[in-house]
Design a protein around this ligand. Structure first.
Ligand SMILES: [Zn+2]
Length: 386
């Protein structure tokens, strides 16, 4: 159960004056270490997957791993797409198991950013998934040297922040107030007055990207002004790499050392962010994240029997594309005397995704043209695990 609704998690954090760490994972050891650190600190945690890292790992496989580990965790967890580049990225991330997504159109001008973000928000909200937008520009790429990355820092203005949130309905807003992605040269200069004005102008939890390199005092100053999610990756990657480089006694021991280094930094930052010790109150305050299984037991009509395989392959291809659908497959009864010989299993992201699926034009077109006319003998139901 410890996958929880991210919107509940971050609203709770902002209301109580702390921030949740959002740590990018790049392999299964990272995921396990982040969760181990959160458990040691009894902290809510966000495991994120940055699209800029997708060339380094198999995203669907790593989210599946994170989902499996998160379900066994004893602290509240959310799985998040960091810096999603497109609508397709957001749909795919939800399909693979993320329950929060970021759409990063911050490199576009205000109007284009609003338009791109609105589109993703409409899709994601329809399937029950909250969205982080970004306004202003935080230069750099996760885990690399900030000075190598193009683009001038563009700070977020309070007026634009209010207009952007109203126009897009984003649930969380990443702001640019002086941090950069990756490693920082010199002391970061934060514009705290600007952040305070943004925090006063909008009630949504604020997000800081580029957490590496800030002092504990700077983190606390950000959180006091409305920041409830802090993206933190570069320091974890550097600590893990240093632990691997130092290890002398074989592969498994080197990985243990890297995991310990990551977990220790997750503990330390959870304490600085004020999230440590909050796991129980967050679990009590947040709705659990529930996947839904939409099940149809059926028999093809005698006339359709010859085309059943064709109908089913077509249905699987169409339905798998519907936002909020995680998987759409047909199965055969294993007992010859079963009342229904075939079954659709449509795995959906959430109860909202089930409602959206029932209205989806692609689904209805297939159902009305192919399935319903040829499979009148059927029963259906929707189930979530407790
Ligand atoms: Zn970022």
């Amino acid at each position: 159960m410890p996958l929880v609704e991210l919107k509940d998690m971050l609203q709770q954090a902002r209301a109580h004056g702390y921030a949740v760490g959002a740590y990018d994972a790049v392999d299964s050891h990272f995921v396990a270490a982040i969760l181990a650190g959160a458990e040691a600190a009894r902290a809510p945690v966000i495991v994120s997957f940055a699209e800029s890292h997708f060339s380094h790992y198999d995203f669907p496989a790593l989210v599946a791993c994170a989902e499996s580990l998160a379900r066994r965790a004893s602290v509240p967890v959310a799985l998040f797409l960091d810096h999603g580049a497109s609508m397709e990225s957001a749909v795919a991330a939800i399909r693979h198991g993320c329950n929060g997504v970021m759409v990063d159109a911050s490199h576009l001008d205000f109007e284009a950013n609003v338009a791109a973000t609105r589109e993703v928000v409409a899709m994601a909200h329809a399937v029950g998934v909250p969205v982080e937008g970004e306004l202003g520009y935080v230069p750099g790429v996760e885990g690399e040297d900030a000075e190598r990355h193009p683009g001038e820092m563009r700070l977020t203005s309070p007026e634009e922040a209010a207009a952007y949130v109203a126009a897009t309905s984003v649930d969380f807003l990443a702001v640019s107030v002086g941090t950069v992605h990756g490693r920082l040269r010199g002391e970061p200069r934060l514009d705290l007055e600007r952040l305070a004005a943004i925090g006063a102008a909008i009630e949504q939890p604020l997000v800081i990207h580029g957490g590496t390199g800030l002092s504990d005092e700077q983190f606390r100053a950000l959180i006091e002004r409305g920041v409830a999610k802090i993206n933190y990756y570069t320091a974890l990657a550097d600590l893990a790499a240093a632990a691997l480089a130092k290890a002398k006694s074989g592969y498994a021991a080197a990985l243990d050392a890297a995991r310990q280094a990551i977990a220790a930094e997750v503990v330390r930052t959870s304490q600085v962010f004020g999230a440590a010790g909050r796991a129980e109150e967050v679990l009590a305050a947040c709705r659990p994240w529930r996947n839904v299984e939409h099940v149809i037991l059926f028999n093809w009509s005698a006339e359709a029997a010859g085309r059943a395989a064709e109908f089913e392959r077509e249905g699987e291809a169409i339905l798998a594309e519907v936002p909020g659908v995680r998987e759409a497959v047909v199965g055969q009864a294993i007992h010859a005397d079963a009342r229904y010989q075939r079954a659709w299993l449509i795995r959906l992201a959430s109860p909202a995704a089930e409602a959206a699926y029932m209205q989806d034009a692609r689904h209805l077109e297939y159902a009305n043209r192919v399935f319903r006319p040829h499979a009148a003998d059927r029963i259906k139901g929707d189930y979530a695990r407790e």
